[in-house]
Design a protein around this ligand. Structure first.
Ligand code: NAD
Length: 315
């Protein structure tokens, strides 16, 4: 098949693009490199630097494409609180631009990378797709709006659409920006480098962490599965891990003690977010394969950022 991946130079996009190439597909990537790393893409991938709102560029890239993976987005929850307009521009207007270009080019299918963040706080232990979304940040609102645009425009213009609500993905290649870094790579870096870990709230907040290879397997299945048009599907493990448990797991793998600083005055966000995984099983035949302890071990072993930190910490 021939694919276009928007945001394909990002953390999930690179793993997806390289996986599709290894399966013999033709892969094009469009990414403005605001956060991505094109050098991590396999040399057979056709990379174009550009913005998802650059219509002429995206028209050209969509020529004879069977399926679009729309991953390009701004992805930080705390940053979205500071810059909601920018998040709306990229994640909502950008998504509409991709859908318009798909209509013009006659592309038949799109898989949207949505987010478990759209659920916000809920009264159930595991969140399922029928729940009323309760987004708690501009990022979550923007992903919900993107889902609605993709499904509605798809229906109007006869484009097959599926939204995967990805929970907390982790794995090699995830960037660690100096502020608002994702929790797993930030904790691993601090523990390996003997720095301090700052926990917001009491550390009892829990998240559903899913290894990037599992996320990519679900994305690959979504490109060809039948009977999933207009569906919204959770991609998580169904297992919740508190921040304290996460730190314990990293300590065990690295054989290092974490220095923890608690800041109860900062909100930890939603207290618990765990996926109900039934629909992914029934519609995609998808079950995650990687347990958190194995995923953390692979992350530390494979991510060059941590090999550097751990070597330095041994000196
Ligand atoms: P990422 O930031 O590594 O990747 C996003 C990519 O999009 C980056 O390479 C960036 O350069 C590119 N991009 C941003 N704005 C663009 C624009 N206007 N035009 C072209 N390219 C642009 O993030 P990621 O973690 O790989 O996330 C990929 C997708 O999955 C996003 O849509 C995100 O919302 C979704 N998602 C991720 C997670 C997670 O835990 N990583 C969880 C839920 C959903």
């Amino acid at each position: 098949m021939r694919f276009l991946i928007t945001g394909g130079a990002g953390f999930i996009g690179v793993t997806l693009a390289n996986q599709l190439i290894s399966q013999g597909h033709t892969v094009r990537v469009l990414d403005n490199l605001s956060a991505g790393h094109a050098e991590l893409l396999h040399t057979d991938i056709h990379f174009t630097r550009g913005d998802i709102e650059d219509k002429p560029k995206i028209w050209r890239l969509l020529n004879k494409v069977d399926c679009v993976y729309h991953l390009a987005a701004r992805v930080s929850v705390p940053e979205s609180v500071l810059y909601p307009r920018e998040y709306n521009q990229t994640n909502v207007s950008g998504t509409v631009a991709v859908m318009e270009a798909m209509r013009d080019a006659g592309v038949k299918r799109v898989v949207l990378a949505s987010s478990g963040a759209i659920y916000g706080g809920q009264l159930v232990e595991k969140v399922h797709e029928e729940l009323m979304p309760n987004p708690a940040s501009p990022y979550a609102v923007s992903k919900l709006a993107a889902e609605n645009y993709v499904h509605t425009i798809g229906k109007l213009w006869d484009i097959e659409t599926v939204s995967l609500r990805i929970f907390n993905a982790y794995g090699p290649g995830q960037s660690i920006p100096p502020i608002h870094a994702p929790v797993i790579p930030a904790f691993v870096q601090q523990i390996l480098g003997h720095g301090s870990i700052l926990i917001h709230g009491d550390g009892q907040q829990s998240r559903d962490f899913i290894y990037v290879d599992d996320v990519v397997r679900a994305l690959v299945l979504a490109a060809t599965a039948t009977g999933i048009n207009r569906e919204t599907i959770n991609i998580g493990t169904g297992v919740g891990t508190t921040m304290k448990q996460l730190i314990g797991a990293i300590e065990e793998i690295t054989n290092q003690r974490a220095q923890i600083i608690k800041n109860p005055s900062v909100s930890p966000g939603v207290i618990s977010l765990m996926a109900d995984t039934q629909r992914a099983k029934s519609l995609l035949n998808f079950t995650p394969q990687v347990a958190l302890s194995d995923g953390l071990a692979m992350l530390i072993e494979r991510d060059p950022q941590f090999q550097r930190v751990s070597t330095e910490s041994l000196r």
